[in-house]
Design a protein around this ligand. Structure first.
Ligand code: 13P
Length: 246
């Protein structure tokens, strides 16, 4: 049985006191929600403070080297040391704004696995690809280029996040049919590459303008195992309602 997951990607938002306050409220509510893994991705400088609240936290970014002369970067060991258990890899903002390419994402996946940190591998097509009708080919390629080289025992511990770029921060959500088609395809590709059991155990979550009004419908879809929430994770009330949507 795969985990149901609701994760908040806070991106570059909140000050420390706000992050702690929000984390506390979410922690309190999350303990009442059965069977859903609630995860937060705050700014890395707040990881330790949030981990101290005993809420599971992950990092939004890291540099895939052990240590050394990489001014301004943070290693996975440092994140782990601050309490991170998960990392986002391949988020479209990192791909588009910071130019992270398939090969680099592959290195990040390897680095996370080597340190026993769970990768949340993000994939998703831009609008022009969706309009051209080639989104399945596009997303399959993202997975093949940066994720599907890992060993089966590691794949079963990965989380995949499907985040269509045209739905991120736009208020435009994928329809349930669009999300289900992509999630089902991702699961089929994992089956082809690995095994049916691994595919069935792998959580595939949806991100892109997921909110209180659409979460329930999206999460009721058979292959949607939860959400990666941006904007709506910045308020306790909406994020908690989303986590209660299963
Ligand atoms: P929004 O929920 O704000 O669209 O962001 C989604 C996202 O990018 C989560 O990683």
């Amino acid at each position: 049985m795969r985990n149901k997951i609701v994760a908040g990607n806070w991106k570059m938002n909140l000050l420390l006191a706000e992050a702690i306050d929000l984390g506390r409220k979410i922690k309190e509510a999350a303990s009442e929600i059965e069977g859903v893994q609630v995860l937060l991705f705050p700014s890395s400088i707040y990881l330790k403070s949030l981990a101290e609240i005993a809420i599971p936290v992950g990092a939004q970014n890291f540099y895939p080297a052990e240590n050394g002369a990489f001014t301004g970067e943070i290693s996975i060991s440092q994140l782990k040391d601050c309490g991170a258990t998960h990392v986002l890899i391949g988020h479209s903002e990192r791909r588009a704004i910071f130019g992270e390419q398939a090969d680099f994402l592959k290195q990040k996946v390897d680095s996370a696995i080597a340190h026993k940190i769970t990768p949340v591998f993000c994939c998703g097509e831009p609008l022009e690809i969706r309009e051209a009708g080639t989104e399945l080919v596009y997303v399959k390629r993202q997975l093949e280029e940066s994720l599907f080289h890992i060993l089966p025992e590691n794949m079963q511990n990965c989380i995949v996040a499907y985040e269509p770029v045209w739905a991120i921060g736009t208020g435009k959500t994928a329809t349930v049919a669009q999300a289900e088609e992509m999630h089902r395809s991702i699961r089929n590709w994992i089956t082809e590459k690995y095994t049916e059991t691994i595919a069935q155990n792998c959580s595939i979550i949806y991100g892109g303008s997921c909110n209180v009004s659409n979460a329930q419908e999206l999460f009721s879809s058979p292959n949607v195992d939860g959400g990666l929430i941006g904007g709506a994770s910045l308020q306790a009330e909406s994020f908690i309602k989303i986590a209660q949507s299963f």
